[in-house]
Design a protein around this ligand. Structure first.
Ligand SMILES: Cc1cc2nc3c(=O)[nH]c(=O)nc-3n(C[C@H](O)[C@H](O)[C@H](O)COP(=O)(O)OP(=O)(O)OC[C@H]3O[C@@H](n4cnc5c(N)ncnc54)[C@H](O)[C@@H]3O)c2cc1C
Length: 455
């Protein structure tokens, strides 16, 4: 009988990574978890995605801190799998590996002009205003009068709302300092959000729409004519609670007087981007109007009408979805943009399970669902792993020790940020926050983060 603990590497410290680690450490098994993270800071999109003006949502990090304090847990920040350690090496060093790397890039629109300067994926803008160190120098030109946000999900609404917050609203949050200065000082007067389908199909959720009714520095605008439902949508809405509530909240906005606040946030429906125009940078966007039709399966589709319109703008934010990135050596489903898997067990190109390899979170399911969705998802994956151990499909006991992994990283010159290093970063950010009456003031550059981690 082997008495060595079962050693698991979890790759990526967002919600899925923490929930996977937590469920493993709560199991009836002598287990050690090394949680790898490419950034010096943990929590994934809870730190670097969730809008800074939604601080309550970010408090889920308290649950992650409890997991990080459990015996058997190690945080290994500033270690990128695929760069500092390969996936093949990881498979040799651990009894099992769980990939929870999230969706690190954006989907493309596939229209001319998409790559003009001034056309930015929402993924990048979100990372910039949240202080992601890879995006500290993102060139966000907010000097023009109008920005257009393409998309009708919660990320699109976050991005549109963040751009019209007042300096006072921003200073109450942990928005990156550079973003506060840029947004507060911007010449921006109007943000227009474009939804391909109608108000009954928009993916955003009602609390986000209600927030638009309460903006201090911007009038929210919805054209009442765009809320008149086509027959197919009208038939589909009854019983669809999100759609019913969204329509109510949008109708409230449509009825609100425009009071002349410094900025406007307009939501438009049934329009698709066709081309982004500009000589060396974004100057306008061409959109086409759509009508809605139910297809054979009853799904309501946008059908272009041929009627086009040009909206002058200097910034286009493309918010049409996140997408996973392949890690060398880990089977990837290009179509879905996820790691190829069956219920969290990674499968090769022939659909055969790769022993000891698992995934959870957005890289398993694709980029949808709220933070809590990843708990069920990660728990499901780990239950599969534990069943594999219990039923003898994973022997265990072959893993390298924690010391050996640390020595390997040291040999390679990787400056690992441990939980102690992260605690030091956290303390600096919180102290700065206290000085300024803010939840925290983030360090947004690699050198600052690593210096703080050294204490
Ligand atoms: C803009 C935005 C706003 C959101 N707002 C909300 C909200 O208000 N409420 C809510 O409930 N949900 C919200 N969500 C959804 C929520 O953030 C996700 O459901 C959740 O973060 C997905 O968890 P994850 O662990 O799969 O991925 P992530 O949170 O993305 O974590 C993945 C981690 O893996 C790391 N990583 C990637 N590659 C490697 C590698 N090769 N080696 C090591 N580490 C790696 C990344 O740096 C990252 O830290 C929002 C999402 C976005 C994008």
């Amino acid at each position: 009988m082997n008495s060595a603990p079962f050693r698991v590497a979890v790759v990526g410290s967002g919600p899925a990574g923490f929930y996977a680690a937590g469920h493993l450490l709560a199991a009836d098994l002598a287990v050690e978890v090394d949680l790898f993270e490419r950034l010096p800071t943990p929590w994934g999109l809870v730190r670097l995605g969730v809008a800074p003006d939604h601080p309550k949502i970010k408090t889920v990090s308290k649950a992650f801190e409890k997991i990080a304090a459990k015996p058997g847990f190690r945080f290994l920040g500033n270690v990128e799998i695929g760069r500092d350690i390969s996936s093949a090496e990881l498979a040799g060093l651990y009894d099992a590996v769980v990939y929870t790397v999230g969706a690190q890039t954006d989907r493309r629109l596939g229209i001319p002009g998409e790559d003009l300067p001034g056309s930015i994926p929402a993924t990048a803008l979100v990372a910039w205003y949240n202080g992601h160190p890879d995006f500290a120098d993102l060139d966000v030109d907010l000097s023009g009068e109008r920005a257009v946000v393409i998309g009708a999900g919660n990320v699109a609404i976050d991005v549109a709302r963040m751009l019209v917050l007042t300096e006072e609203e921003l200073r109450a949050t942990d928005t990156a300092d550079a973003a506060i200065e840029a947004i507060a000082g911007a010449g921006l007067r109007e943000v227009v959000m474009l939804a391909r389908r109608g108000p009954a199909q928009a993916a955003f959720t009602t609390p986000e729409v209600i927030e638009l009714q309460e903006l201090a520095g911007a009038d929210a605008i919805v054209d009442p004519a765009e809320l008149v439902l086509d027959a197919a949508s009208a038939a589909a809405v009854p019983g669809d609670t999100n759609a019913e509530r969204n329509l109510d909240a949008l109708a409230t906005i449509a009825a609100m007087p425009v009071t002349g606040k410094p900025r406007r946030l307009q939501v438009r429906f049934c329009v698709s981007p066709v081309e982004i125009l500009g000589d060396g940078k974004v100057e306008a966007i061409v959109i086409e109007h759509n009508r809605l039709e139910a297809d054979e399966q009853g799904r309501i589709q946008a059908v272009p009408t041929g009627e086009r319109e040009t909206i002058p703008c200097s910034l286009v934010l493309r918010s049409v979805g996140y997408r996973g990135i392949a890690i060398a050596g880990v089977p990837f489903d290009e179509r879905a943009g996820t790691i190829a898997n069956r219920d969290g067990r990674i499968v090769d190109a022939d659909g055969v399970v790769v022993p000891g390899a698992y995934c959870a979170g957005w890289i398993k399911r694709g980029p949808s669902g709220v933070i809590g969705t990843n708990k069920k998802c990660a728990t499901g994956t780990v239950d599969g792993l534990l069943a594999d151990v219990a039923e003898g499909r994973l022997a265990g006991g072959a893993a390298a020790s924690a010391e050996r992994v640390s020595a390997l990283l040291a040999e390679r010159g990787v400056e690992v940020v441990t939980n102690k290093g992260w605690a030091a970063i956290d303390a600096v950010e919180l102290a700065r926050g206290t000085e300024q009456g803010r939840p925290r003031v983030k360090l947004t550059r690699w050198d600052e983060l690593l210096a703080a981690a050294r204490g």
